[in-house]
Design a protein around this ligand. Structure first.
Ligand code: HEM
Length: 217
């Protein structure tokens, strides 16, 4: 950003660069940490889902030599765990939505939307639409088996040319987190009905205190 100019030879202003760095820090950190917290919460509430994640991750853990790190092939084997993370992002998407500009005049739900109008698309309400998800409020990782949801009905990372460029990195972060946590611990929530607050991403109000139970060696 500091050394690359645009096609007219203009460099970015310092304030713009600071803005981009802040966006990257927030967009790259707070999103994935919100998903990791939600994964911990859902796995504490759904022991049968925890068990299948545990079995998948232990299969991978057992295939590794002591101290050997995860590699790309291991990540590709984490199919059920990723379906779980996707279901977490369907029910608790970190970003609620963003804005778009209408490129043409069109009708939507009886409303006439003129070209140039600013529109807000909502991940949360799209993900809970019973037209596309049979039981939209039920936690069901099988939603992502096979070809998964219809395009543009599942949009935690947005869609189209401005879709999140950090998606694959976030996938890596979340799966490595799940692997390392699940292979060592089971856990339970200290506050059973902890409230979720949006600031602006969903996070448990009291920081999700949990009781950890290490697996027997
Ligand atoms: C679970 C984690 C993440 C979620 C749910 C998420 C979600 C999103 C969403 C919904 C958008 C808007 C896309 C659109 O308008 O169609 C976006 C944009 C963006 N994200 Fe992410 N993101 C995540 C992780 C990351 C990470 C790890 C990075 C970088 C390290 C990142 C960098 C960005 C950037 C730079 C944009 C703006 C792209 C543009 O406007 O062209 N995100 N993200």
């Amino acid at each position: 950003m500091l050394v690359t100019s645009d096609e007219n030879g203009n460099f970015m202003k310092e304030a713009e660069i600071a803005d981009k760095i802040l966006s990257l820090l927030i967009g790259g950190h707070d999103t994935a940490s919100s998903v990791c917290a939600s994964v911990v919460m859902f796995l504490a509430e759904l022991p049968h889902v925890y068990q299948r994640v545990y079995e998948e991750q232990m299969e991978i853990a057992k295939s590794k030599a002591p101290g050997e790190l995860l590699n790309w092939d291991d990540i590709k084997k984490m199919k059920y765990s990723w379906n779980v993370a996707c279901e977490v992002m369907r029910l608790a998407p970190p970003l609620q939505g963003t804005f778009r500009e209408a490129m043409t005049d069109f009708m939507y739900n009886g409303f006439s939307i003129p070209k140039g109008c600013k529109l807000y698309w909502s991940a949360n309400s799209t993900h809970k639409n019973s037209e596309f998800f049979i039981e939209p409020h039920k936690f069901d990782p099988s939603t992502f088996e096979g070809s998964g949801p219809v395009p543009y009905t599942y949009v935690p990372f947005g869609g189209g040319p401005r879709m999140c460029p950090g998606k694959e990195y976030a996938r890596l972060e979340i799966l490595v987190f799940m692997h390392n946590l699940v292979k060592r611990f089971k856990w339970e929530k200290v506050i059973p009905n902890e409230k979720i607050v949006f600031d602006p991403m969903p996070n448990p109000q009291k920081g999700l205190p949990i009781r950890l139970f290490p697996h027997k060696a």
